[in-house]
Design a protein around this ligand. Sequence first.
Ligand code: PGA
Length: 253
Amino acid sequence: MEEALTRATVPKLLVANWKLNPQIEAEAVRLARASDAKNIVIAPPFPFLVAVGKALKRATLGAQDVFWKLHGAYTGGVSPLMLRALGVRYVIVGHSERRALGETDTMVNKKARAALRAGLAPILCVGEPLAVRRKGLAAAKRFVAHQLRADLRGVSPSSVISHQSLVVAYEPLWAIGTGRAATPADAAEMAEFIKGLLVKSYKLKVSVLYGGSVNVRNAGAFLAEPAIDGALVGGASLQAAEFRKMISINQRS
Ligand code: PGA
C-alpha cells in the first residue's frame, strides 16, 4: 500500500456511488462527514440528498440518476432542476445497473442532455460486458465507441460549458462489484481512446474516470495513470475508513 500511496501525483476526482445504501439518514450523514474532502463527489440515494448536502463542507453533491422531463405525469420521476435546487452538481447517468433494468441508449441520451441543460454535470457511464471483453480490447473499444455515439447524440461543445461539465466513467461490466478490476494499463488505454474519440467526433474535451472494484489497494495505481482523471467507487465508498485512505491517496502530490 505504501507504494500505492506514493504513486498518485495530482488530486483527481473520486466519486462515491453509494447505490441503495445506507438504510437510514443518520448513517448517511455519518458516512458523508467521514468522506467530506475536496475533489470528492458523494452520490447518496435521493431521500438523503438534503441531509448529506447539509453535512458536506468540502465535497460536492451528486445524484445517482435523473429523469429527463421537467414536469408532468411521470410517476416516480425526479427532474434535473429539482436536483439543481437541492445543490446537486453531478449526476450519474447510464450506470450499468440501470441499463440492466431496461434503460436504453436513447434514454441515457435524453438524461445526459436534460442534465446539461439544467446545469448539472453528467457522469456518463459506459463499459463493455464480459463476452465482448473476451474478444479483446479492440472489441471493447468498438462497444464503448458505439455507446458513446448513441449516448451523446446531439450534445454539442457549447452545451458542455467547461472541461468539468461532462465526465465519462469507463466501467467495464465484469469489473463492477466483482473484486476483479481492469488493469490500470488497460483502463488508461480505454480512457485515452475515449478522449480521442470525443475530441475527434464531438470537439468535446472530457474527464474520464475508471470504475469497477476500485479499492484502497489499487486506487493509487489507477490515479497515477495520466489518462485517468479519477475513479467511480461503489462498495469501497461505503467503508468509511477505507474511503478515507483513498482520499489521502488522492490528495498526496
Ligand atoms: P464497485 O462499483 O466499486 O463496487 O465495483 C462501481 C460502480 O458501480 O460504480
